[in-house]
Design a protein around this ligand. Structure first.
Ligand SMILES: NC(=O)C1=CN([C@@H]2O[C@H](COP(=O)(O)OP(=O)(O)OC[C@H]3O[C@@H](n4cnc5c(N)ncnc54)[C@H](O)[C@@H]3O)[C@@H](O)[C@H]2O)C=CC1
Ligand SMILES: O=C(O)/C=C/C=C(\O)C(=O)O
Length: 486
């Protein structure tokens, strides 16, 4: 049985609070770890360690040396890939394939890409005329923002945590990470790797606990935290924003989505099925970028629905310990109850259940896990809760459409604006329709294809700000304009 301590000032320590909580396996329901819960004194120690590290070796380190160290860190993560995979799949119940191909390599890449980018980024300089004719030179300087509070979710824990920590450290900040209470392992393990490559103590700190009244709230309220980056639910983002308002701390939020996929009759149907099988069911639908609303042009609606049904029914459910599993459990019993409440609501509202809609029966250890059936519905009106609210499970609703105007209106009729996927072989249409979709990320004939130099984030209730590439560098630094009169 594992115990996850806090990682503060370069050392693993027990929580001064004396409080612990259990972590259970999503695929069996059994307890797998005890986790130390940080309360006020622990949070204070972590934030002070991070603040002090800014004044020490880390704060004085030349940018090139810092970036080289982060490249070393990326290599050290890659070398420990099997350990990170084990930690991640145990906490999340993810299939090994998802951890191996997506999450852990992206964790290493999140350090590598920002270190490389920072190392080769030049500055901005503006020469200006002055009335006396001597002129002035303006230098746009970037300094680290300071101590960054990182609040990360459970759905892709290592990928999403390092997506914030990578650029924050590349820019010279220090961090206090509060991973989700459901996924403490990989953030904790990363402390060991930080030490192994010589990242100075206090640069990377990890505290565990919950949101309200616990580590999350205490961290985001702490006056020495200079910026807060968060991925998670929209309502949590609203709560954190209130906490960040005290002292006017800057925030970067990547929040929920209710993302559409639009399939035109001219789409390559094999591709449409391959793309949407991933966008709906990858990570058991627990991906903020995932598709929960599918719009299909009427002539190919029946064919599409029957092929998606066949794909969903061919998925093999199981946790990391099930050979050949292609879809895992949900993260927790609480989350399963939430997803099942939507399954029940869909039936009440009169949806046609194309497949799934319930809980699978197993005659092995999976029976204790938090599984639900992959589910497809049709027949509900656009204003129903199933089509409007983020469910975050392996499910989607499919609606037919007749015209571009109609489908654009339906796709945009949401309070969210995170991502969209368009399937068409017509490039002009892709450009025309894609340009009218109100979302931060729009894929054509693909999904979750990520170039880390591009902007990432959502509009409307899906977020505030953009991260990725130079946008991360903007958030994680403070600008000053140095105007020198010549
Ligand atoms: N869009 C996304 O990427 C994600 C969306 N979700 C959605 O959110 C729902 C709830 O999942 P949760 O894990 O409970 O997500 P959440 O948004 O409540 O929690 C995410 C993180 O925020 C922390 N937190 C919660 N309240 C806080 C507060 N007041 N101050 C500071 N930190 C706080 C949590 O401890 C956790 O680390 C899911 O059912 C799903 O619909 C969950 C995870 C990611
Ligand atoms: O690729 C990224 O940087 C982010 C991916 C986001 C998710 O997987 C998520 O939030 O679910």
């Amino acid at each position: 049985m594992k115990t996850h301590q806090l990682f503060i000032d370069g050392a693993y320590v027990d929580a001064r609070s004396g409080r612990m909580f259990d972590k259970v396996s999503p695929s069996t329901g059994e307890k797998i770890a005890t986790v130390h819960e940080a309360l006020a004194e622990d949070v204070d120690l972590a934030v002070n360690a991070a603040a002090n590290a800014l004044k020490g070796e880390w704060g004085k380190m030349p940018k090139a040396v810092r970036c080289d160290l982060l490249m070393e860190l990326a290599n050290a993560i890659a070398a420990r890939t099997p350990d990170f995979i084990e930690a991640e799949v145990a906490d999340t119940g993810h299939t090994r394939h998802f951890a191996e191909k997506v999450e852990i390599p992206r964790g290493a890449a999140n350090f590598r890409i920002f270190a490389e980018m920072l190392k080769h980024t030049g500055g901005e300089f503006y020469q200006m005329d002055t009335p006396d004719g001597t002129g002035a030179a303006n230098l746009e300087l970037h300094r680290p923002k300071g101590v960054i509070g990182v609040i990360s979710p459970w759905n892709a824990p290592f990928l999403l945590m390092t997506w914030k920590v990578g650029p924050a450290l590349a820019c010279g900040n220090t961090v206090v990470v509060k991973p989700s209470e459901e996924s403490p392992a990989t953030a904790t393990l990363l402390g060991e790797v930080m030490n192994s490559v010589g990242i100075p103590k206090g640069v990377y700190n990890v505290i565990h606990g919950f949101g309200p009244g616990s580590a999350g709230e205490l961290l985001t309220q702490h006056p020495k935290v200079n910026g807060i980056t968060f991925t998670g639910e929209t309502r949590t983002g609203e709560a954190i924003m209130k906490q960040a308002a005290v002292g006017l701390r800057d925030v970067s939020f990547e929040l929920g989505g209710k993302n559409p996929a639009i399939i035109f009759a001219d789409a390559d149907m094999d591709k449409a099925i391959e793309v949407t099988m991933r966008s709906v069911f990858a990570n058991t639908g627990q991906v903020c970028l995932g598709t929960e609303r599918i719009y299909v042009e009427r002539p190919v609606f029946d064919e599409y629905v029957s092929r998606l049904k066949a794909g969903a029914e061919a998925l093999k459910q199981g946790g990391p310990e099930t050979p050949g599993a292609t879809i895992g459990p949900l993260i927790s019993d609480e989350h399963r109850q939430k997803v099942l409440s939507y399954y029940a609501k869909a039936r009440e509202l009169g949806a046609t259940v194309i497949t799934g809609g319930g809980v699978p029966d197993f005659d092995d250890a999976r029976q204790g896990g938090f599984f639900v059936e992959p589910t497809i519905w049709t027949g509900l009106p656009e204003d129903s809760a199933i089509v409007k609210e983020e469910i975050f499970g392996p499910c989607c609703h499919v609606t037919p459409f007749d015209t571009e105007e109609e489908v654009i209106a339906m796709a945009n009729d949401t309070t969210y604006g995170l991502s969209a996927t368009i399937l068409t072989e017509n490039l002009s249409r892709a450009h025309r329709v894609g340009g009218q979709i109100e979302a931060g990320l729009i894929w054509v004939n693909s999904w979750f294809l990520r170039d880390l130099r591009t902007s990432f984030g959502g509009s409307k209730s899906s977020g505030i700000g953009r991260e990725g590439g130079v946008h991360s560098l903007e958030f994680y630094t403070e600008r000053s304009n140095l105007c020198i009169k010549l």
